[in-house]
Design a protein around this ligand. Structure first.
Ligand SMILES: Nc1ncnc2c1ncn2[C@@H]1O[C@H](COP(=O)(O)OP(=O)(O)OP(=O)(O)O)[C@@H](O)[C@H]1O
Length: 278
């Protein structure tokens, strides 16, 4: 709700001519990072709906930046459906001391914090209400000892609920990458994610389309199993670049499922890497 004008002479019917017009600042909800963290860039990876490959794109971007020699972290904000630890074969409990909680590290040197590294078993369900989930994610920022990080990728839960809102408000997000699939309703879903970022004044760096096609195993011809994509038109309308079109790739899927995501060098997100802030 908009804040009421504090000027006692304000007629409230119109702000025209009011000396206070334009002076009110939006409230700042930014949370302080852990004092042992020094994080240069925070990039959100979002999707309007579940299962479109958001974690897959998060991991792919993290791998690409780590391969370039940057210090990279993944904050798994998908508290009820965390998949990052499993993708990288990370198990066990994260350690903590008076300084905070320490992320675990993948074989290719990416620091990861996820609820699954704090639960007794990876199949323990998290049955919490929205504000509790959102607070947990905030703690992944305030209480985790990230140390020096050039790019922290935040794997957001799908949709526009409590957690994405908290992340957008509490973390200094440099920009987001939207992940979508070539299916019906995609226009509405991408626009919702775009509009949320716009309302929060967060730049949209690009859109990655996943499941764009599958390569015929015999002739290599692309088969568009979800039909024609409309992502280029939607992206043009929003004035956002399409920074990747990923096929369904069996080799990637099996690497992800068997916990060796660090071995994936995703050739379809090269343009997404180019839009990362310097
Ligand atoms: N391009 C791809 N080729 C093959 N498998 C893929 C591809 N993209 C995603 N997958 C697989 O599809 C499944 C869902 O992907 P992922 O977990 O990244 O989706 P998500 O959008 O993060 O889901 P949610 O947030 O709803 O949990 C995973 O098993 C992942 O390995």
């Amino acid at each position: 709700m908009a804040k009421e004008c504090s000027n006692s002479s304000c007629s409230k019917s119109s702000c025209e001519g009011c000396a206070s017009k334009g002076k009110s600042e939006p409230q700042n909800f930014l949370a302080p990072a852990n004092i042992f963290s020094d994080i240069k860039h925070v990039i959100g990876v979002v999707s309007g709906k579940g299962g479109v490959g958001k974690s897959f794109v998060t991991g792919s971007l993290a791998n690409a930046m780590a391969a370039k020699g940057y210090k990279v972290g993944i904050l798994d904000a998908d508290i009820t459906g965390p998949s990052i630890p499993k993708m990288y074969g990370l198990t066990g409990a994260a350690q903590a001391d008076d300084n905070g909680i320490y992320p675990m590290e993948t074989t290719n040197g990416i620091k990861v914090m996820s609820i699954n590294l704090l639960l007794p078993t990876e199949d323990t369900p998290v049955i919490w209400r929205g504000p509790v989930l959102a607070n947990m994610v905030k703690q992944f920022w305030t209480d985790v000892v990230w140390d020096k990080i050039d790019y922290l990728f935040v794997d957001m839960p799908p949709g526009t609920g409590d957690v994405p809102l908290t992340v957008f408000q509490s973390l200094p997000i440099d920009g987001i990458v939207i992940v979508s699939s070539p299916q019906d309703l995609v226009k509405m879903i991408v626009k919702k994610a775009y509009n949320m970022a716009e309302m929060m004044k967060i730049p949209v760096l690009g859109i990655v389309e996943n499941y764009s096609y599958v390569k015929c195993p015999d002739c290599g011809k692309p088969i568009k199993i979800f039909g024609e994509s409309h992502i280029d038109e939607i992206a043009a309308e929003l004035n956002v670049p399409v920074v990747g079109k990923m096929p369904i790739d069996m080799d990637y899927a099996s690497k992800s499922d068997s916990g060796v995501f660090d071995q994936i060098n995703n050739e379809y997100i090269v343009k997404a890497v180019e839009v990362m802030p310097e």
